[in-house]
Design a protein around this ligand. Structure first.
Ligand code: AHG
Ligand code: MN
Ligand code: MN
Ligand code: MN
Length: 332
């Protein structure tokens, strides 16, 4: 499989895409172009984030998104940057986004792909200089080119993803993605304006060193979740919770660990959104040898029914996720 073809560390993203595409004789380059468009928008958002304290784009935008969250200026800016880049690239006919109430059809309606995106993940961390990210999923449209985009086009199960990834705007800016043939990470070199291959064929340890959960909600967790958290403490597993899903996920994928956003009193279905947060990370973690469920069902098999639906989220090292699931089954 193409996973075995280990391309040399340090090659530019463009070259990597080219090499990988050459393995797919039928590929006509649209997905390659789409990935380039994502990378371009990521570079722009990274630049704006890196100087957000100077250009008055911190703080609240002054309106709420469809989920009733106070949109941050950078939520809205990032959303527009990705929409602009994807519109200009011409490969995407519509996007669904945390920051869009409903389907956003792009003028370039010739595109054969759909994007589901969380343009800025970890918004509460923007003003305090903590890592944040962007999460994206790519699907093929089901309707014909030129036709109106339908709910069937955008409410696809995660296993239909053609590609998925994230950008993390952290101590370094990285793009991590998969097209179903392994997970590869690229690190941005600002002086050259390019992403370079830095992490090839990422695999996550089956046991983990970290557990990530907001223990502020401990008393409203289900018994099985409480039991899992208690067991982590008994086993002296390190607690790491950044409040940016992308940053917690990235660390746990590299080092081994579990991230849980369970049902809580204020979030009876959990907080994270299936279509543009959970599905992408579930595809990635399975490609890296890990597991992602809602505590029982594989995330990738859940049939979405609404754009912004939330699901309880257990993701990371396989043995840790299975252990948490077994405690949920056994809970009184
Ligand atoms: P977003 O900023 O895109 O709305 O996502 C925030 C998510 C996730 O990134 C993070 O892990 C989680 O919300 C934190 O939620 P709590 O503050 O409730 O723990
Ligand atoms: Mn949000
Ligand atoms: Mn998010
Ligand atoms: Mn967001």
């Amino acid at each position: 499989t193409t996973e075995d073809i280990n391309l040399p560390i340090g090659i530019p993203l463009d070259r990597f895409i080219q090499e990988r595409q050459s393995q797919f004789p039928f590929a006509s380059g649209e997905l390659s172009q789409l990935l380039r468009d994502i990378a371009l928008a990521g570079k722009i958002v990274n630049l704006e984030i890196s100087r957000s304290g100077l250009n008055d784009i911190e703080g609240a935008y002054g309106s709420k998104n469809v989920q009733g969250e106070d949109q941050q200026k950078l939520d809205v800016i990032a959303n527009e940057r990705f929409i602009n880049a994807l519109t200009k690239g011409g490969e995407v006919c519509a996007i669904i986004s945390e920051e869009e109430d409903t389907i956003r059809e792009l003028e370039s309606s010739k595109g054969k792909y759909i994007i589901a995106i969380d343009p800025l993940d970890g918004s509460s961390n923007i003003d305090v200089n903590v890592s944040i990210g962007t999460i994206f999923s790519v699907y093929r449209r089901k309707s014909n080119i030129g036709e109106k985009v339908t709910m069937d086009d955008v409410l696809q199960r995660g296993e239909e993803q053609v590609a998925a990834g994230y950008l993390i705007y952290g101590s370094s800016c990285m793009l991590v993605y998969t097209t179903g043939y392994g997970v590869n990470g690229f690190t941005y070199e600002p002086s050259l304006g390019e992403f370079f291959l830095s992490h090839t064929n990422l695999k996550t340890p089956e046991e983990g060193k970290y557990y990530s959960i907001n223990e502020g909600s401990y008393f409203s967790f289900e018994a099985g979740v409480k039991a899992f958290v208690d067991e982590c403490k008994q086993n002296k597993v390190s607690a790491r919770y950044i409040g940016s899903l992308v940053a917690d996920f990235h660390r746990n994928m590299l080092k081994g660990g579990i991230y849980i956003y369970p049902k809580t009193e204020s979030a009876p279905n959990g907080k994270l959104r299936l279509c543009y947060e959970c599905n992408a990370l579930a595809f990635l973690i399975e490609q890296a040898g890990g597991r992602a469920t809602d505590g029982e069902n594989r995330i990738l098999e859940i049939q979405p029914t609404t754009l912004h639906q939330r699901v309880p989220f257990f993701i990371g090292s396989e043995k840790m996720v299975l252990r948490a699931e077994s405690l949920l089954v056994g809970q009184e």
